[in-house]
Design a protein around this ligand. Structure first.
Ligand SMILES: [Zn+2]
Length: 320
């Protein structure tokens, strides 16, 4: 028999033991080391995390049209294993096709955050020397990639009107195969027809059935928007000087025109013959926050190569 006194002692001991167990249990639950996940659960330090960050090839192909960085990964196989693209990245990409199906090829140099562009040959064979200048600048940049600063990516489209370029080195080569002057087809002050007084009028040309009616125009507009281009040079010939985008001229485009005038012999303000320009690339661009200028080479045959190496250097280091 257990005496009443012993029973009390046993009950007290049991309560004490239960209490200790309870306290231990509570401490166990509250100990921080039990809350922290095991190291293998952490995505930051896992050695396999780097692989999961790189998108699969199927993911890249579905998004290539949207952002420039993804298209760089697509076109450059080595970019897939490098988190930071090489500052001297060089590649070419086809951004569309002409009426006759000729590729519109853009050459990329550098991989910085600031995206700039040079367009040539919008007036095709009539201004063939602009295409050949752009091709020579491409060769220069291939040999001298450091000419593009780390913070800049430069895109060069050397021939936006390849059909006109192929047709004739002369007035008949100005328009595209549909007879459209591409530099009157952009959605900026577009007019189906215009007063030809003071304007180029050596051959019949049109502005197209509507703004952006031509595949060459649409390809460039899409590229400028998707690649977030902040400044643009469009090369022409000949002799009129440097035209800033905008009517009236946009402040950033004027700033760029003045900077390029200072390192070249190209007149600024440009010579005016009273032409009322409609549907121009630089006017569309400047209305979309792209500082844009037309540069007119001195003649219809010379490349003005040395001058345009200075223009290129200034363009690469120009700040708004
Ligand atoms: Zn022109």
């Amino acid at each position: 028999m257990i005496s009443k006194k012993n029973l009390k002692v046993i009950i007290a001991l049991e309560i004490l033991i239960l209490g200790i167990i309870l306290l231990a249990g509570i401490r166990l639950l509250l100990t921080p080391s039990r809350i922290v996940p095991t190291p293998t659960a952490s995505p930051v330090h896992s050695p396999t995390a780097a692989q999961t960050v790189i998108p699969s090839s199927s993911a890249i192909s579905t998004t290539v049209e949207i952002t420039p960085t993804q298209s760089i990964i697509l076109s450059s196989p080595t970019a897939e294993v490098s988190v930071t693209p090489s500052p001297t990245a060089q590649q070419s990409l086809i951004i569309g096709k002409s009426v006759l199906g000729n590729p519109l090829t853009v050459y990329q140099f550098g991989s910085g955050q600031t995206h700039r562009m040079i367009v040539a040959g919008i007036h095709g064979g009539y201004e063939w020397n602009t295409v050949q200048l752009a091709e020579k600048l491409i060769e220069y940049l291939k040999a001298n990639p450091s000419a593009v600063p780390l913070e800049v990516t430069l895109y060069i489209l050397p021939s936006i009107n390849p059909d006109g370029y192929d047709k004739e080195f002369g007035a008949k080569g100005r328009a595209n195969t549909n007879g459209v002057d591409i530099n009157r087809n952009f959605d900026a002050f577009w007019k189906a027809d215009w007063d030809r007084k003071g304007c180029w009028n050596m051959e019949p040309i049109t502005a197209g059935a509507s703004p952006n009616s031509e595949p060459e125009t649409r390809a460039l507009v899409s590229f400028l928007m998707e690649y977030d281009i902040d400044a643009l040079i469009s090369y022409h010939s000949a002799a009129l000087g440097i035209f800033p985008g905008g009517q009236p001229p946009d402040a950033n485009s004027v700033h760029l025109a003045e900077a390029l005038h200072k390192v070249s012999n190209y007149p600024y303000p440009p010579l005016e013959y009273g032409c009322k320009y409609t549907g121009q690339l630089i006017d569309w661009a400047s209305a979309h926050e792209v500082a844009a200028v037309d540069i007119e080479l001195t003649t219809h045959s010379e490349l003005d190569y040395e001058t345009n190496l200075k223009v290129l250097a200034r363009f690469m280091h120009w700040a708004r």
